[in-house]
Design a protein around this ligand. Structure first.
Ligand SMILES: [Zn+2]
Length: 497
């Protein structure tokens, strides 16, 4: 059995991975809040943990890994977005708008992440389907004395109501009392006393401790809400993950993952809730966090004008495989810089790999070195180095198996690289090849497109026109190959445009 080693945020060490149950390796990763297109930074954990999922499936068997990634479909950002749509003249009820907004966003998310070659997780629970589990967990926390309920006095119903009705109408906050959980702060290494001393935010008056966090909050009539012992309301964000992971993976599972920005307070709060409600020492054995993403050396932000979504890149013609390649090239524990140059290099490399492996049968097993690279704390860069090596040694069947293991698909099912013509020269200088006018590229792409549509006569007519300009286009199984001949005359290409 391959030994997997992972950096565990909890112990701050690289440790050997030993599953609780090798027949069912259980992974939970915090998923998106669904109100908008995923930006490029959102895609990083998806690619990182997809690689982990693929590695675990390879080592323990595809049917012995359960990967859960949730959709947060109840959240104040979703409500705010829906309210904006309603103000903009959307005549539907707020509830209908929210439903349509979250459904549409989940559809976008699937399409975008599929394009990156990410396998769908085993389960993708929606928070709104687990409200009862959340209420149960909150009740347990209150019963055990880890949480308390505060009446919202501002929502006080008029005096004329009899007492029992007033009680029913009063809505409340349920809060987790961090002081009751000794280990609070252990994962992130932030200790309660320091945090309280450093707290500059205005503290809600109903909190016993400034760091206490919301388990349940009241909803006004125009907001989504569910009936509960604490009045009509909605869950806090943190309790969603505790309840869904418990329902689908049990009280203690193997790996919990997410972006480093979630380590505090989100993951700290998940641990506090789960350990106190379930009476366990830990929530997950291993905690993994990916670092953040930058663009051309700067933090991605709307104000800097370098903010873009995965869909933006795909629409600009950057293939999903290229995005995946760039992401795998940087170790997940390091900040990653997206640059146009890296994307261009990745595209050229992938095109070379696809061209070399097109029509070749993949080896039965993935080369050991590639598996070992991922088993060493998901070292994607090292895995890619091994793929270069396989190409150099002409081990094409092994290369093909490795390409697909890393989630880059197979040459036969991917179209874009065929449109990237391979250009060589015969009796022309390297300088001439380097300065080929872009129009040649366009013409060769057009020839390939015509052939794809089985318009062979038209494609052949264009090829013979190119031959008059001193360019030979050969059609091969792996796409067109362009060769410049000694009588190459760029001026004649312009006439073909
Ligand atoms: Zn979470």
């Amino acid at each position: 059995m391959v030994e997997i080693r992972l950096h565990n945020t909890k112990t701050r060490r690289k440790e050997r991975f030993d599953p609780i149950d090798p027949d069912n390796v259980r992974i939970y990763v915090c998923g998106p809040t669904v109100y908008d297109r995923a930006h490029l930074g959102n895609a990083r954990p998806v690619v990182v943990f997809d690689t982990l999922f693929r590695l675990m499936r390879h080592v323990y068997g595809a049917d012995h890994v359960t990967y859960v990634r949730n959709f947060t479909d109840v959240d104040d950002k979703i409500n705010a977005r829906a309210a904006t749509l309603a103000e903009g003249g959307d005549a539907r009820s707020l509830e209908e708008i929210i439903r349509a907004l979250t459904d549409e966003t989940i559809g976008w998310y699937h399409a975008d992440m599929d394009a990156l070659g990410a396998l769908r997780p085993t389960q993708e629970p929606r928070a709104t389907h687990y409200i009862d589990d959340m209420k149960d967990m909150i009740s347990t926390l209150i019963d055990k004395g880890f949480a308390y309920v505060v009446r919202d006095q501002s929502n006080n119903p008029p005096e004329e109501f009899v007492l029992a009705d007033r009680e029913a109408l009063l809505s409340s906050h349920a809060l987790f009392e961090v002081q009751k959980f000794e280990r609070y702060g252990q994962l992130s290494g932030r200790w309660l006393d320091d945090m309280i001393a450093g707290a500059r935010v205005e503290v809600a008056p109903y909190k016993r401790n400034p760091m206490d966090f919301v388990l349940w909050k009241p909803s006004t009539d125009d907001l989504p809400g569910w009936g509960s012992p604490w009045g009509r309301g909605r869950p806090g964000w943190h309790i969603e993950c505790s309840a869904m992971s418990k329902a689908l993976l049990g009280d203690v599972f193997d790996i919990h993952g997410g972006g480093i920005d979630l380590q505090f307070p989100h993951h700290e709060n998940e641990i506090a809730q789960s350990c106190c409600a379930n009476g366990t020492e830990e929530m997950a054995r291993y905690w993994m966090h990916n670092e953040m993403l930058q663009v051309e050396g700067k933090k991605m932000s709307k104000s800097l004008g370098n903010f873009f979504t995965v869909r933006d890149l795909l629409e600009q013609g950057v293939p999903g495989e290229v995005i995946r390649f760039v992401m795998l090239s940087t170790h997940y524990s390091k900040p990653m810089d997206w640059t146009a140059e890296k994307a261009a290099q990745a595209k050229a490399t992938l095109a070379k790999w696809y061209r070399a492996t097109n029509g070749i049968e993949a080896a039965q097993s993935v080369p050991d070195a590639v598996v070992q690279a991922l088993a060493d704390d998901l070292n994607g860069h090292m895995a890619i180095v091994h793929l270069y090596d396989l190409l150099n040694r002409d081990m094409l069947s092994e290369l093909k198996a490795a390409i697909s293991f890393l989630g880059f698909g197979e040459a036969e099912e991917i179209k874009w690289w065929r449109m990237d013509p391979l250009v060589t020269g015969y009796g022309v200088s390297p300088g001439q090849i380097a300065e080929i006018p872009p129009v040649l590229d366009q013409i060769v792409r057009r020839i390939q497109a015509l052939r794809d549509e089985r318009r062979y006569d038209e494609a052949d007519a264009m090829r013979s026109a190119l031959r008059d300009a001193g360019v030979e286009v050969r059609i091969t199984k792996s796409g067109p190959e362009t060769m410049l001949l000694p009588d190459f005359d760029p001026a004649k290409l312009d006439a073909l445009e």
